[in-house]
Design a protein around this ligand. Sequence first.
Ligand code: ZN
Ligand code: FE
Length: 258
Amino acid sequence: MLQVSPVRAFSDNYIWLIRAPADPAATVVVDPGDDRPVELALQAQGLQLGAILVTHYHADHVGGVGALAARHGAPVFGPAREQMPCAAQALDDGGKASLENLGLEFDVLAVPGHTLGHIAYAGHGALFCGDTLFSAGCGRLFEGTPDQMLDSLDRLASLPDATRVFCAHEYTLSNLKFAAAVEPGNGHVRDTLADVQQRRDRDEITLPSTLGRERLINPFLRCREPAVRAAAERHAGHSLPGAVDVFAEVRRWKDGFR
Ligand code: ZN
Ligand code: FE
């Protein structure tokens, strides 16, 4: 199993460090929004930086890319449809991030919605999905349409149940409180909320999740469930004929949920 560890950044970002299977001294960093905590982690663990993967262009995901790339000479991989802060290998849907010397290869999926060029990296039983899929939630629609985002989430959800999901933010607790409002009868949401509440009380990380778990607790992956649809229709005050209508209403509901 791929060895992945979190580096905390800003108030709730996770920068993921992937240990290279082919080189025990090397690591790959995903979405380094800040170079300083990454440098500290590299020093503390005696690791070299082998490559940088980026999911989308937002500052909290790319802020440290330029400094890390310059200091370590590491190759940068990023979305073809977005501006990167330095020279990067442009990746688009169906492409691969091939890091042969490190023993790593990831399939690239285009997942527009949070931003239009957002990509995700899938491989080795892991998914690095940036701000597209969160545990029990999904990213805000800053650029894309509900249609695009639902399509992107459906693509991620088609990966195997055991896939470990490495999201870029610690939003799980607030997402689960919302999920419980949408589906008060969902026992998986209730149990996970109790567990996550305890973890957060101890300031512990709640990630990675798995796709199998997300299918049970994430309202945005459950738009076709009758209970989610009924709750969205009650919130909207009218019927919602399709899954996209349900998704759009649940997303709107979440945007205003406190
Ligand atoms: Zn973002
Ligand atoms: Fe972010």
